[in-house]
Design a binder for this molecule. Structure first.
Ligand code: ADP
Ligand code: MG
Length: 508
């Protein structure tokens, strides 16, 4: 409310004229109020609004938000108010109270892919046998000229015939439910190149009809589960994703749309920084966040991400197998109000496709790529050292030695629920690598995390965070303007033109 005693500085006033006390212009998305004060000066207040400010659920209106931090902010995409009360939200509260807060071991699953057509044609011998029922995998080794079976036990074992769906339903479905209950969860795919890490995480291509194909991997299935669950609960929610690649100890955003004002070199090299917030949390500054509205949307993002990966071939593999990719889904769900306070619960799911675990020297890395190989090794080696330190309870855990372990610190020995899917090939040609994967994964089983649900956020906290976010975006916009001129939406342009005309009319 502004009256003649308003303390506003006259410097902030756009123009000076005598006009009627107040005029109101109402458009679909904004209200502009012109207020006369000090008799001569006019204050312009524009309030942008949307019809419903209480609903967070996506309305198909497209992308929102930039940047990601350790405590990611939800977008508030409005949609007409939904039915209330939501009884299932109440169930979530009670399950939280019942939740076991003790230490839990990292879950380790093993998946053995089938022999490829080519391997079958060449009659490649198999050295792996999976017993899903006993959760055992045995590997046939030649020790002192004798064939010996070595047996490993995991939390779950999936043989070559295991379908994407059954792995998801048995192993990942419960994890996604935890995310919906407000936990952070991480799934790592670890294994030699060509053993099915990307197949397990992303899976086959989309179907034309829009339904998920049988080959769909963890990412599209997780997105669909989140949608299906929350829609069935009639919940108000928002879901957004980030997709980054860690290559040569540099973070690359796989979701940014190409910025053609930059040279192709600059575009490819634009690094994104890993920042610490002073409270022990690490966040990625400048990462694009994308709102998703259907499980099918996710394929556009995955395709965009895949297209961004460079494919500098070496003798053995491609960039995608020498880089780590981290796909993160963040879900915010509005809770039924308790008293006057509305709370929002959020959970985060990291889906990590690690670089191939094979011995780097075999990739034929040389010259310029030697450093690259070393740096990739650095993240993967540090991951191994972190696992060892945690298993051996040594005082110092070298999280800070690589970006991967800094980024996913909380997934190893922290409050996150973590699962590792180790992938192997059944082929005799991969015996050494398979053994090393089995050893590594078996060791990781001993890591204990202490999962804790994220603290719920109050609406006031959310609003405060969103104001901060707006402030940041304003700064970005200012920076962009200084460099490249002004870019605004058509809607906003039309609005501003109309306002200018109106102002001219008023001044005259
Ligand atoms: P990685 O990401 O570990 O390098 P990929 O996921 O690219 O390996 O898998 C290598 C090849 O094997 C791909 O052509 C993939 O489709 C196929 N593949 C992997 N796992 C399976 C599986 N369980 N069933 C059928 N095909 C598989
Ligand atoms: Mg891969």
């Amino acid at each position: 409310q502004i009256n003649s005693k308003s303390p506003l500085s006259p410097n902030s006033i756009a123009t000076e004229t005598a006009i009627p006390p107040a005029r109101l212009k109402n458009s679909r998305s904004s209200i502009t109020v012109l207020v006369q004060y000090f008799n001569h000066r006019v204050l312009i207040i524009r309030m942008e609004y949307k019809r419903s400010t209480t609903s967070m659920t996506p309305d198909q209106s497209g992308k929102v938000g930039v940047g990601m931090n350790a405590n990611p902010l939800p977008f508030l995409t409005p949609r007409p108010e939904r039915r209330r009360p939501d009884s299932r939200c109440a169930d979530w509260n009670s399950s939280k109270a019942e939740r076991d807060r003790g230490e839990v071991n990292i879950q380790v699953l093993l998946r053995c892919r089938p022999l490829s057509d080519e391997e079958q044609k060449c009659n490649v011998p198999k050295v792996i046998t999976c017993n899903e029922h006993k959760r055992e995998v045995s590997i046939l080794q030649n020790v002192a000229n004798k064939q010996v079976d070595k047996i490993f036990t995991f939390d779950k074992v999936f043989g070559p015939k295991a379908q994407q769906r059954s792995i998801y339903d048995q192993a990942i479905y419960p994890i996604v439910n935890e995310v919906l209950e407000g936990f952070n969860c991480t799934v790592f795919a670890y294994g030699q190149t060509g053993t099915g890490k990307t197949y397990t995480m992303e899976g086959g291509m989309r179907n034309k009809g829009g339904e998920l194909p049988a080959e769909a991997g963890v990412i599209p299935r997780a997105v669909r589960q989140i949608f299906d669950t929350l829609e069935a609960q009639n919940a108000d929610y928002s879901m957004k994703v980030t997709f980054l690649e860690l290559y040569n100890e540099e973070i690359v955003d796989l979701l940014t749309t190409e910025d053609y004002t930059r040279s192709s070199d600059e575009r490819q090299k634009k690094p994104i920084s890993l920042m610490e917030d002073g409270k022990g949390c690490v966040f990625v500054r400048g990462l694009e966040e994308e709102a998703v509205y259907s499980a099918n949307d996710i394929y556009n993002l995955l395709e965009r991400g895949a297209a961004k990966r460079r494919t500098a071939d070496t003798l053995l593999n491609k960039r995608s197998s020498r880089s780590h990719s981290v796909f993160t889904i963040t879900v915010h769900v509005k809770q039924a109000a308790v008293g006057s306070e509305e709370l929002v619960k959020y959970g985060k799911l990291n889906l990590v496709d690690l670089a191939g675990s094979e011995n780097i020297s075999r990739s034929g890395a040389r010259d310029g790529r030697a450093r690259e190989a070393g740096e990739i090794n650095k993240s993967l080696l540090t991951l191994g050292r972190v696992i060892n330190a945690l298993v051996e309870h040594s005082g110092h855990v070298p999280y800070r030695d690589s970006k991967l372990t800094r980024l996913l610190r909380d997934s190893l020995g922290g409050k996150t629920k973590t699962c590792i899917i180790a992938t192997v090939s059944p082929s005799a040609h991969c015996l050494d690598e398979t053994l090393s994967t089995l050893d590594y994964a078996h060791r990781a089983k001993n890591i204990k995390n202490k999962p804790e649900a994220n603290q719920k956020m109050s609406k006031a906290m959310l609003l405060k965070d969103m104001y901060l976010e707006i402030e940041k975006m304003k700064q970005d916009l200012r920076a962009a303007r200084e460099k490249n001129g002004v870019y605004i939406s058509h809607e906003r342009y039309a609005q501003e033109e109309a306002e200018k005309k109106y102002m001219n009319f008023v001044v005259k």
